[in-house]
Design a protein around this ligand. Structure first.
Ligand SMILES: [Cu+2]
Length: 159
């Protein structure tokens, strides 16, 4: 006994299956060709040890094999260091964590925008082609003086 499926119902079944296949193919294609991946960088840290030892106890700019690494602490209500100086035209990796509550790290006018959660290290890499200055703001409400929490990124001409 054959099940009767209405012609239009059959069309829509094929169409919806086709759309699913198309969307799956788009995910596979962007992952393989465009290197688009879901955020999976998970690095944990003991928030009580952040200010005691390790790179976040003495945050700042360091250089390792041609890469510039900026270690930062976001805490109520300041970024440490408050002023960051990096060279133009070099990839800069920002590594940031929090010893207290949730903060944000947004370099205004760029696509660097990280959520800074205690217990985790957030990381982003960006290259700044021209010398200049950027404002850094905390964009997660972190307490009464949240609106005062800001920093400055200075891009210097390479020497
Ligand atoms: Cu804040």
């Amino acid at each position: 006994m054959a099940v009767h499926i209405d012609r239009y119902e059959r069309y829509w079944m094929w169409a919806s299956t086709g759309i699913l296949v198309l969307f799956l193919a788009a995910i596979v294609l962007t992952a393989a060709v465009g290197s688009a991946h879901p955020p999976s960088h998970v690095e944990t840290i003991d928030p009580e040890q952040v200010g005691v030892h390790g790179e976040f106890a003495s945050p700042g700019v360091s250089t390792a094999d041609g890469r510039v690494i900026v270690s930062l602490r976001a805490e109520m209500y300041v970024f440490r260091p408050e002023v960051i100086r990096v060279p133009a035209g070099t990839p800069v990796t920002f590594r940031i964590t929090s010893p207290d509550v949730l903060h944000g790290f947004q370099i205004v006018g760029t696509n660097v925008n990280l959520t800074v959660a205690p217990g985790y290290v957030s990381e982003a890499t960006a290259t700044f082609p021209r010398p200049g200055e950027y404002l850094i703001v905390c964009n997660e409400y972190c307490g009464l003086a949240h609106h005062l929490m800001q920093g400055k990124l200075i891009i210097e001409a390479p020497r």
